[in-house]
Design a protein around this ligand. Structure first.
Ligand SMILES: Cc1cc2nc3c(=O)[nH]c(=O)nc-3n(C[C@H](O)[C@H](O)[C@H](O)COP(=O)(O)O)c2cc1C
Length: 151
């Protein structure tokens, strides 16, 4: 239905990447609408499904003050829907600040992101080592069963 937009550009190259970090600012105590529109399209497309399945991914958010956990919960839904392996840190992955120079003063938030990055690198190396050792990805059902709530 759509073509030639940013989502198409993203999906064109996304298959070449082994892992993803999706980030959004908080608007009105949820993820920013532009980011939601992007994620809706990227994850609903058939190409997105092939691109994302079983790859590591993290979600992060940045806000001046409130609504961070709600935004993270929204973003996690996309990962869960496409069998992505969610990478976490030792706190919820958020930073606070209204501008980049404020965010770097959020020392705890910055450290949470550093831990997240290291965890992501470790998982990617582990997956690569598993692949080299012959660990196969799980077999997917031949046919997807879709039962709408209509009987
Ligand atoms: C429309 C709008 C709504 C916002 N709502 C919130 C909010 O609910 N909670 C919050 O902590 N910050 C809120 N902010 C502040 C942003 O999260 C913060 O400024 C962020 O860094 C903006 O990122 P951006 O410049 O990439 O849009 C809002 C900002 C805008 C523009």
């Amino acid at each position: 239905m759509f073509g030639g937009d940013k989502v198409e550009e993203f999906l064109e190259v996304a298959g070449d990447y082994d892992a993803f970090v999706f980030g959004a600012p908080v608007y009105f105590a949820g993820m920013a609408g532009s980011c939601k529109a992007f994620m809706d399209r990227a994850f609903f497309s058939n190409r997105g499904r092939v691109t994302f399945a079983l790859k590591p991914a993290a979600v992060v958010t940045s806000a001046r003050r409130a609504g961070t956990t709600a935004a993270l919960e929204q973003m996690e839904k996309y990962l869960q829907h496409q069998q992505m392996v969610q990478v976490n840190s030792r706190y919820w992955p958020m930073v606070h600040g209204n501008a980049p120079e404020e965010v770097v003063r959020d020392e705890e938030g910055v450290q949470v992101m550093q831990v997240l990055g290291r965890n992501m690198a470790w998982l990617m190396k582990s997956i690569e080592a598993g692949r080299a050792a012959g660990v196969e990805p799980p077999v997917q059902p031949e046919r997807r069963i879709g039962t709408n709530f209509i009987r």
